[in-house]
Design a protein around this ligand. Sequence first.
Ligand code: F6P
Length: 548
Amino acid sequence: MPLRSTTAAWKNLREHADQLSSNHISDLFSDDPTRFNGLTFRTGQLLLDLSKQRLNQTTLHNLSALAEEADLHDWIEALFTGQKVNCSENRAALHTALRSPKASSLTVNGQDIIAAVHNNLDHMRRIVDRIHQGQWRGFTGHSINTIVNIGVGGSDLGPLMTCRALAEHQSGAANPVQVHFVSSMDGSQLSELLSQLNPARTLFVLASKSFTTIDTLANAATAREWLRRSGHTTTDDMLTARHFIAVTANTAKASEWGIPPSNQLEFWDWTGGRYSMWSAIGLPIALKLGMDGFLSLLEGAHAMDEHFRHTPFLSNLPVLMALVDVWNINFLNIHAHAILPYDGRLGSLPAYLEQLEMESNGKSVTRGGETVDFHTCPILWGEVGTNAQHAFYQLLHQGTESVMCDFIVAARRYQTSGSEELQHQHRLNLANCFAQSRLLALGDSILDNADTQPAHKRYRGNQPCSTLILDELCPFSLGQLIALYEHKVFVQAVIWGINPFDQWGVELGKQVATSLLGALENPESTPGFDQSTNGLLAAVHAKQKGEA
Ligand code: F6P
């Protein structure tokens, strides 16, 4: 397959970029008084403003031609209908099926997977109800009141981000539970947390698609040992049955670890780790929000799926967002992307999107194995916008890097709180959100006297910004938002001709770590690594022996 960069639509976009290059975003606004209306798009509870991007309507049409040339329509159908879009692992990527309504159906490998998904949701509901009604009891007979999710990457970031984002939507269960997350391999989160918990009332959710991830297994082993040492005499079987649930696609490994089948929630190999929060991996979300809250999240994502599948490219939010990113990356040479939620509740969204985007599209070979001759996924990072203003916005405004920015904010907040102070804080937050995207895009051209200022006080602007406004942050709108980014990532991958559903680049490091562990555990062995690694090992051994 020829690389996308050799196609007619790509070349056309190159020429178009040359023609547009002398236009500052402020010129684009001056040229078109209807720009905001023409470049703002809506679906459900989301509004996407692309008017502060460095492009015009012709750009979007040319980008849409690129999408047509990449057979995007066919790829979208392939995704939704369960074709093996994950070519290197020879499997489908069916996260959309996880949020499909019960009445729909989809047969994959002879199985009606929608029925299987809903059976699984029913199993989840039974577990959630049992815990929420205080009927899940620990080894002393007391009800469970604390959940610790042990997982990493996709088995952590989605549920963590969602539980933090939607904490105000906590279920009104008779026996509400505290939900905690532990991921770090070094045990620092776990050791700090365990010192505050009551073993008799704590239930661990071991979340791991593979059930082989050493980070998760190491934390799980420490947690089990903590329970054993808690002074309550009980058998290992009872301890595991009462204090551990496994959420996994590898039930054999979970059983080997000792989790009884009744405590296992299964999902499928066609659910990618970073696309798995809609599966049983979402159990902590359901425990936090209640099952109905979790279903509302799924409904929001499903609404975005329908929009993505059935809306023409030029009014399709995920397609537009992807095409605009492709424009910025491949035609304007912008390789940094800041995610800026103006909402403290979305503080974990940047970390979630870092995995979603960079693990999916941080690739440099196509599906056919050719090395690309263009950039793919940019460096993506972010922070709550108002905090970032006091940290890295200096670089955004006056540094040497071009950065594209996503501003994300809810229109309504605190309206029923009865607190005028909090409502004022929300207005302050909105004012800052709009002020920053205005200044980043337009620069100090918005001032009358900018050119009288010394160089160090000038703002050149021209940083392309998108703004996403949610009506309000709730399970439905968050579901829409996350599915929007998932589909954006997929469209970009289609344009670039890469597979967004594998992650071979994280595998070799795991093997190398295993060989290093041997050297750390046997200080007397002669390590045969590179000079630097041998030296570092020797330095650590010496320090541990108190020699240096
Ligand atoms: O090492 C990367 C990765 O495989 C991610 O893709 C995944 O989300 C994470 O590890 C955790 O994997 P698992 O759910 O199998 O423990």
